[in-house]
Design a protein around this ligand. Sequence first.
Ligand code: SAJ
Length: 421
Amino acid sequence: NTISMIGLGYIGLPTAAVIASRRKTVVGVDINQHAVDTINRGDIHIVEPELDIIVHSAVKEGYLRATTTPEPADAFLIAVPTPFKAENGNDHVPDLTYIESASKAVAPVLEKGNLVILESTSPVGATEQMAKWLAEARPDLTFPQTHGEDSDIRIAHCPERVLPGHVVRELVENDRVIGGMTPRCSEVAASLYRIFVDGECITTTARTAEMAKLTENSFRDVNIAFANELSIICDKIDISVWELIRLANRHPRVNILQPGPGVGGHCIAVDPWFIVSETPDEARLIRTAREVNDGKPEWVLEKVQQAVGQFLTANPDKTARDVTIACFGLAFKPDIDDLRESPALKIVEQLASYHPGRLVVVEPNIETLPPSLHGKGDLLDMSAAFEQADVLLMLVDHKQFKAMPVGRTAGKRLVDTRGIW
Ligand code: SAJ
């Protein structure tokens, strides 16, 4: 049996490799020729612990190969991006373009008996829409929306829910929600996941599976927003939010998350909008949580301005040009090198655009500053940055920073968005 994985990114490639490691033939498809060539050499084009080893052996043993055009297979798994776009005055409308092109690419090679699974996080109704695109392209085949259990093609939604940095383990251990367009579609899809999933495979409808995924990430977003709002309240009334959360979490039914400089990544800051966009009048809390989290970088920048002001008051012979700011961390969360949609990066870019003095950056997970910061700051090691800076801005709780002995802070101003100092 051959399984085809459409989209070889952060989800598709690990999933393809894990299935291939169970000695199933997997053909990965991606429009990115560089990704395809890299994988066919047995290498990887993304950073994820343990992934290099399993891709390398899957390719070497002949169970995994990549190509740019789909080929016939028994099952197709689609893991392509679902960003949002601005449309008719609404800034956060789900953009299904990638699912549409993936459907159109797969349709010509579909055969009677095939299974098509959408793994991309999607707004409710996207699986039905994908089924429509497939049906339009292949009038010679029958689909669940018109032929129910008797259809030629089975279709299901099975959202990925792995945590970046732990993908290889979570792919196998996590339970999976499997939403078929019919009960039989669910069953066939579940039997595919049972090849490599040790967690439970729980079946439901496609729409419920879509909403389950959006709900999981919205739950986390709302909870992070609660922590972020608390941090702003506590700052105003001069209470340590870190101590406060530690104390409140001693209650057996309270479990508050950690505040930070905002919410990054491509999932938690995106998916809640899919609910808001569908039910704007009802999703009030979910929308507000997004706004609270998206507003946090701006608040951090105000805190940095205050710190610079305080430093200048204490050093009246200096001007803002003389103030060195050190920023600790650029990644979107601890212990990864992923800078995409990172609130830390956004904050440093903003600072670089108006701070007249020197800016230094510490990011142990990268070798060079990203292009947006070229020529605007220096990448230094922790102790040099600590020594040279007047204002210290902690943005990401990387393990190196947590282990860093706090040097002489006398005369320095600290803005700590992670509660390390
Ligand atoms: N964050 C905080 N405080 C916290 C926890 C997180 O500020 O207490 C911030 C992080 O710094 C980061 C952002 O939130 O900027 C998101 O990080 P994350 O670790 O919560 O989540 P992701 O985006 O890496 O992965 C999430 C996961 N979803 C849930 O935990 C519900 C993952 O399981 C999903 O598969 C993934 O989204 C996805 O692809 O949808």
